[in-house]
Structure formats: structure tokens, C-alpha cells
Design a protein around this ligand. Structure first.
Ligand code: PD2
Ligand code: ZN
Length: 289
């Protein structure tokens, strides 16, 4: 008896469907092309429904943002009135602590344990040794200062990712389309990310090409998906602040200029025991393409 192999919805397939939707292909065209390439009708329709669902979530998030007007100068949660419980896209998030200069806010319960686990499992098969931007060329390079493994999701890649991005957009009052795709990092014992700034140094020749895709980074949100037993804090050496990695929590910080005077130097301290997983969302001043 021949066994029918299940056909998984792969990242490549999701990207292909997204590109077809971008160029205006109809649902019927997409399903027919998939069937012609050997996908079963059920999988083709399921993958398309998933892609349309993600798009609807992101479109609703951007429509909600349009109602509150254009993005302000910097991403910022609405806590100026003393609120420490925020409802973002229907999900309740708690403010654990905040600092004014540099602007740092720690959130609890940004993601549920199930959401953290699902993101880890989606990312796991796609991990590779982390790269950083080569300042001279704007390309990527493996860097000894970053001993984690990582991968990038594209924006709205799955309905879960679209929901998380809509929640982040609502929490930080910054449109989804001004964010890079989520990056997931895994740190094993001994792995670390030495202190650095997340903005692109305008003086470096390699920054020109990255700045063309949405301008400067203006804020970072590091979400803890899995906490190590010891080590792995996110550290801010300029202000002697260590943020403990707690599953579902996140640290947000913003920087109004690409300069060390923002005191946003930060790093991932070495993991001593267990594994640390994070998802990082970088926010740009303009639409990220
Ligand atoms: O994993 C961290 O704690 C960390 C520290 C510094 C992540 C990043 N930077 C980053 O993703 O930029
Ligand atoms: Zn960083």
C-alpha cells in the first residue's frame, strides 16, 4: 500500500503565496498553480486561508493605528497617565518597571506560555549561526561577539506572528509596517551577545543600503520566549541595569538618534545554565520594505 506523505506548509510556500498576493494574483490562480505543482487541493486551500488570515490581522492593526493618527516621534507605550495595565489588540500586558533616560520599559505577560512555545518550535528548524551587519559593506557576517543562533520570520508570516505583531504595534503605538520581521535567537550555555547599539552608524559605508529599507532603527523590543536557569540577562552597561529573562516578558528601549549619548548600549549576558530564547522586534522610523 502506498503511504500518502503529509505536505507541510513550509516557509518557502508561505513566502511564495505572499508574493503572489502582492502581485495581485487571485485566490483561484494561486490554488490552481499550487495544484499544478503537486500540492493537494486541501493543503493548497489551507495554506492560502492561513496567508489571507495573517493579512487580515495586519490590515486591521494598521487601520486601528490610522485612527489614532500618524505615528509620533518615537514608539512609546501609553503609560504617561500612570497606567500599568495595558490592553493591546485585546491582550492584557503589565508594566513591570520603566526608566526615563534611557527610555526602557519592561513588560510582563506580553506573550502567553503557549505563544512562546509555538514561536520557538516554528523557529527551531530554521536556526543558523547568528550574523550581524558588516559595517563596511552592509552585508551580513558571522561575528564572534554574537555566539547565539538565529533566524528571521517575515512580517505576518503566519497568523500567530501576525497577531503578535499587531499586539506589539498597539502596545508601542507604532504601525506594523514600520517594524522589521521578528528575529528569533537561541543562546546555549556560554553563548552571549556582547554590548552593542542597535541603530546603524550613519558614518559606516555599509549603513547606506540598510537605511534605504525604512530609515533608522528607533526602538527595540526583546521578548523572552524561554528563560535559562542562570545568566542571560539583557544588560545596559551605561546605566548598570540588568533585565532578567522571564518567559513571556519583554524589554523595550528607544533611541531618538543614532548616537551613544542615548545610553542604549546593551548586550545579552552569557547564559550559565539552560537555554535562552528571545524574539527581537526592531522598529524603524519609516515603512520597512
Ligand atoms: O538577547 C538579548 O538579551 C539581546 C541583547 C542585546 C538581544 C539583542 N541585543 C538584540 O536582539 O538586539
Ligand atoms: Zn541588540
Amino acid at each position: 500500500m502506498t503511504k500518502v506523505q503529509p505536505q507541510p506548509i513550509t516557509a518557502d510556500l508561505r513566502r511564495w503565496i505572499a508574493s503572489q498576493l502582492d502581485i495581485g494574483a487571485t485566490a483561484q490562480d494561486i490554488v490552481l498553480s499550487m495544484q499544478a505543482s503537486g500540492w493537494s487541493p486541501g493543503v493548497a486551500q489551507g495554506a492560502l486561508a492561513e496567508a489571507l488570515d495573517s493579512r487580515a490581522v495586519l490590515a486591521a492593526a494598521d487601520a486601528a493605528m490610522a485612527k489614532v493618527g500618524p505615528a509620533g516621534h518615537l514608539p512609546e507605550p501609553a503609560i504617561a497617565d500612570g497606567s500599568h495595565t495595558l490592553v493591546a489588540a485585546g491582550h492584557t500586558v503589565h508594566v513591570a518597571c520603566s526608566m526615563r533616560r534611557p527610555r526602557v520599559v519592561v513588560f510582563d505577560d506580553l506573550l502567553t506560555a503557549d505563544e512562546c512555545e509555538a514561536l520557538v518550535e516554528l523557529a527551531r528548524p530554521r536556526l543558523a549561526r547568528s550574523e550581524t551587519v558588516d559595517h563596511a559593506t552592509g552585508g551580513n557576517e558571522v561575528n564572534a561577539a554574537r555566539t547565539s543562533e538565529g533566524m528571521f520570520f517575515s512580517r505576518g508570516e503566519t497568523p500567530l506572528i501576525a497577531h503578535v505583531e499587531a499586539r506589539i504595534a498597539a502596545l508601542l503605538n507604532w504601525p506594523v509596517d514600520r517594524g522589521e520581521g521578528l528575529q528569533v535567537l537561541r543562546y546555549g550555555p556560554g553563548a552571549e551577545y556582547r554590548p552593542h547599539h542597535d541603530y546603524f552608524d550613519p558614518a559606516q559605508p555599509g549603513s547606506t543600503s540598510v537605511l534605504r529599507r525604512g530609515g533608522q532603527r528607533v526602538a527595540t523590543l526583546v521578548i523572552y520566549l524561554k528563560a535559562p536557569a542562570r545568566g542571560g540577562a539583557t544588560v545596559f552597561p551605561d546605566v548598570d541595569l540588568d533585565v532578567a529573562p522571564v518567559r513571556g516578558s519583554a524589554v523595550f528601549f528607544s533611541y531618538d538618534k543614532p548616537h551613544a549619548s542615548t545610553r542604549t548600549l546593551h548586550g545579552g549576558a552569557p547564559v550559565f545554565e539552560g537555554e535562552k530564547w528571545v524574539a527581537t522586534k526592531w522598529l524603524r522610523e519609516d515603512v520597512f520594505t
